[in-house]
Ligand binder design. Structure first.
Ligand SMILES: Nc1ncnc2c1ncn2[C@@H]1O[C@H](COP(=O)(O)OP(=O)(O)OP(=O)(O)O)[C@@H](O)[C@H]1O
Length: 351
């Protein structure tokens, strides 16, 4: 069994000041998430050695790849790379695309062919070895790119938005192919994605990078239970606020809204509740639930049989309601409505 990943990426690029640590055991997948421009791709490029990691360190598989002053060049790092664009050589057959990396590492023609064929078979493309890239579907091309990245058995596999160019159906199927293949791979994988489903189904641990810093690191379960940044909260679909809590069940947000909870935590807290815990009303709700506000609808998006309603006012939140209630309440963008959340649905945990 080889060693895992221990990386400290510290560099400045344009206006980005990046200082990020990543760690993983061999065989693990680290999902890297964060808003645009946060530094995810730059982190991947620094791991690959394409961007200099000015003050950082990198150990992969028990070897040091980067120390301040002595960095291995990219071609001496045992890295597999897959991007949104499969970047296959259009004039080469699938087999030769996969064999290319092996050949350039000095593997003989017959051995490279054999290895490439085996890799294609592992991603379910054993019968497409002779196909040219233009003859492949987008999902097949993505799987060839994965086979090419893994054929030399790299110590570190870097996947930067590998599924983002695929349509939703192909994406779902390719995600499951990727999961199967990664389960058999004993190196470490770093997967950059914007898709919560990729993160929650493919990654063993998640790292959120925002404005060049790690804002949360943990297992998918931990992030689902206790997101620790507004971005992480949107990924797992929760309403989240930074607040100051007291022992009597009041939490005052940074913008001055008081939320009432039956699960008090004193001091700096995160306050979270699910969009499905929010009820919407055209008039002030009866029985005066303690968490209720008059808000204005900013957007409505459909998700299968339910709808997500964005609301703004003294507090911003998202409500999830059925399509029937959209019709019954006549909800539309711009309409003022009352939103209510029971105190039993509001969770607090230390910040
Ligand atoms: N070549 C460059 N020259 C100058 N600045 C750069 C360069 N590359 C990146 N940056 C800076 O780094 C920031 C982060 O870029 P990066 O691509 O790493 O972010 P990201 O988190 O991958 O974003 P996205 O989700 O949009 O891909 C950019 O917004 C820019 O400010």
């Amino acid at each position: 069994m080889r060693g895992g990943l221990a990386a400290h990426v510290r560099l400045t690029r344009g206006s980005l000041d990046l200082d990020v640590e990543l760690a993983a055991e061999p065989g693990e997948v680290v999902g890297v998430l964060g808003p645009n421009g946060g530094g995810k791709t730059t982190t991947v490029l620094a791991l690959a050695g394409v961007v200099p990691n000015a003050a950082g360190r990198l150990r992969v598989g028990g070897e040091s790849w980067d120390e301040p002053g002595t960095a291995r060049p990219p071609e001496q790092r045992h890295v597999g790379l897959m991007l949104a664009d499969p970047l296959l050589f259009p004039n080469l057959r699938a087999l030769d695309n996969v064999a290319f990396g092996l050949r350039s590492r000095g593997v003989g023609r017959a051995a490279a062919r054999e290895r490439a064929l085996a890799e294609l078979a592992r991603v379910g493309l054993g019968d497409q070895a002779d196909a040219r890239p233009r003859e492949l579907s987008s999902g097949q091309a993505a799987r060839v790119a994965l086979a090419r990245a893994l054929a030399p058995d790299p110590a570190l596999l870097l996947l930067d938005e590998p599924l983002s160019a695929l349509d939703p159906d192909t994406r779902a199927r390719t995600r499951s192919d990727l999961a199967h293949r990664l389960a058999d791979y004993d190196g470490t994988t770093v997967l950059v994605t914007h898709d919560p489903l990729d993160a929650l189904t493919l990654a063993d641990r998640l790292v959120f990078i925002e404005a060049g810093r790690v804002t949360q690191a943990g297992t998918p379960g931990e992030v689902l239970r206790e997101p620790r940044s507004p971005y992480a909260a949107t990924v797992v679909g929760l309403n989240l606020y930074a607040a100051e809590g007291d022992t009597r069940g009041h939490a005052t947000t940074d913008t001055g809204t008081v939320l009432v909870t039956t699960n008090p935590t004193a001091g700096p807290v995160w306050v979270a509740f699910s969009p499905s815990a929010v009820s919407l009303h055209r008039r002030p709700p009866e029985g005066s639930p303690r968490n209720s506000w008059e808000l204005r609808i900013t957007d409505i998006t459909l998700h299968g049989q339910s709808a997500r309603v964005g609301l703004a006012g003294p507090i911003r939140l998202t409500a999830e309601v059925t399509l029937e209630s959209i019709a019954a309440l006549g909800l539309r963008v711009g309409l003022p409505v009352w939103a209510a959340v029971k105190a039993t649905e509001v969770r607090t945990y230390p910040r």
